[in-house]
Design a protein around this ligand. Sequence first.
Ligand code: BGC
Length: 348
Amino acid sequence: MLALTVKPRTPDSLAVLEVPDPEPGPGELLVDGIALGVCGTDVEISLGDYGTAPEGRERLVLGHESFGRVRTAPEGSGFSVGDLVVGVVRRPDPEPCPACAQGEFDMCRNNRYTERGIEGRDGFGSQMWSIEADYAVALDPALSQVGVLMEPTTVVAKAWEQIEQINTRAWQHPERLLVTGAGPIGLLAALLGAARGLQVHVLDRAAAGAKPRMVDALGGQYHTGAIDEVAAKVKPDIIIEATGSPEVAMSVVNAVTPAGIVCMTSVTPIGHNVEIDAGTLNRELVLENRVVFGTVNANMRHYRAAASALAAADTSWLEQLITRRVPLAKAEEAFERGADDIKVVIEL
Ligand code: BGC
């Protein structure tokens, strides 16, 4: 079969190559890959900045935003041939740490976890893949065109779970959400915010195109321009930062109302120095009881929450998030960002 492979830490090493078909072990499903989403992490791996090949190997099968259809399932696995599935990205560390031991591998404390398509395990960018039934999640058949959006939705579902937990620390009645960055994470965060009844605001650089239309369709308001001015107008109780810009990430820290919550989701590039008045930054954070937290990855609870959120969403809205589909043979084109791209998907 064909797979999208890369030599981690080696720029320009992406290649679609013939690799051996997967052989599912006991308790594993064999899945026909339908599509693979490409995100900033994949781009970083392709640039040689991130990622690790499986032990003893030079190349990694890339891809963690999976979507496929079950080809074979062991009896008693809970899955049937034809089911739509996605694979969970992370696996607990081998020791495991106390968090991993409880199934909270997304909060691993010793960083010895592995991740499919990213850290030490082959990903889902292949015509077939196998997966432990315990790390596969079934999707509603109505999601046949958009199931590839599941993984980024799990990341957002985890972010919202934590925002809600932090919200219980004192009297809170959040009304206004500001999302910075209208990429897939930002727009999915806006979707889940709208589903919670919040007034949704989204800030992005793009002045026209699908992004403002999609925010409008959620009943939200779309903004361009300087973060300080937008925040002064909107007065957000919650900010979800999803631009990937170190400057914006620093600017949003004190842009929420007193006792507000700032959730950081961007894996920003290293080596960008931003001049800040650290005294003011910290002072305002303390005097206004603000919370700033970072979040990454997702556990099984978040996969279940994301599957429900997607099943409840308008599929035609979700379809508009996927702005380009390229065949596996031309996978490299998915790594070139077009001005109007939101989510680019490789068809397997
Ligand atoms: C993925 C996460 C992963 C993170 C760090 C993100 O793109 O969505 O599942 O934990 O990269 O490797």
